[in-house]
Design a binder for this molecule. Structure first.
Ligand code: CMP
Length: 140
């Protein structure tokens, strides 16, 4: 089914100058960018985005990392977009990510793991709305 998912290229991958290489993987897999913005997140924005992880031991380090530099945020649209995007990313921990995935190729650690992607359709709706107004989405 046609779905949308939220993708974030994290500060480590933006600093490595691989936004284009990562976009290229999305496009080759049939995912279309329907909204995008580069942003240096405030602490409040990062904490709000990752609110479900607030009680986890890695929360503070995660927020510190996510505000360490600009991120590239996009809504992707395509058939089976949520799972397709997760397959392209690979496992959260790059040491466990399959060869050829974005995290295997560009990530250094479980914290600096290059990309974020929504884990389910319902989460995707919430995450897309967190960063984009309905009028900023360009279905195509
Ligand atoms: P992300 O998909 O952005 O969602 C939460 C992030 O927390 C995750 O990617 C990792 O970068 C980071 N993180 C750090 N430690 C862990 C952990 N033990 N389990 C899951 N996520 C972790």
């Amino acid at each position: 089914a046609l779905e949308r998912t939220l993708s974030i290229i994290k500060p480590d991958a933006v600093a490595k100058n691989v936004i284009g290489e990562i976009y290229s993987r999305f496009e080759k897999a049939g995912l279309k960018v329907v909204a995008a913005k580069m942003k240096h997140l405030s602490r409040r924005e990062a904490e709000g985005f990752y609110a479900v992880h607030r009680e986890r031991p890695f929360f503070a380090a995660l927020v510190d990392f996510m505000i360490s530099g600009p991120v590239m945020i996009q809504a992707l649209e395509g058939d089976n977009a949520v799972l397709k995007h997760r397959d392209l990313m690979g496992a959260t921990d790059p040491k466990k990510a399959a060869p050829g995935t974005i995290r295997a190729d560009f990530a250094d650690s479980i914290d600096a793991n290059a990309v974020h992607g929504s884990d389910a359709i319902e989460t995707a709706k919430v995450e897309i709305a967190y960063f984009f107004a309905e009028t900023e989405l360009c279905p195509r």
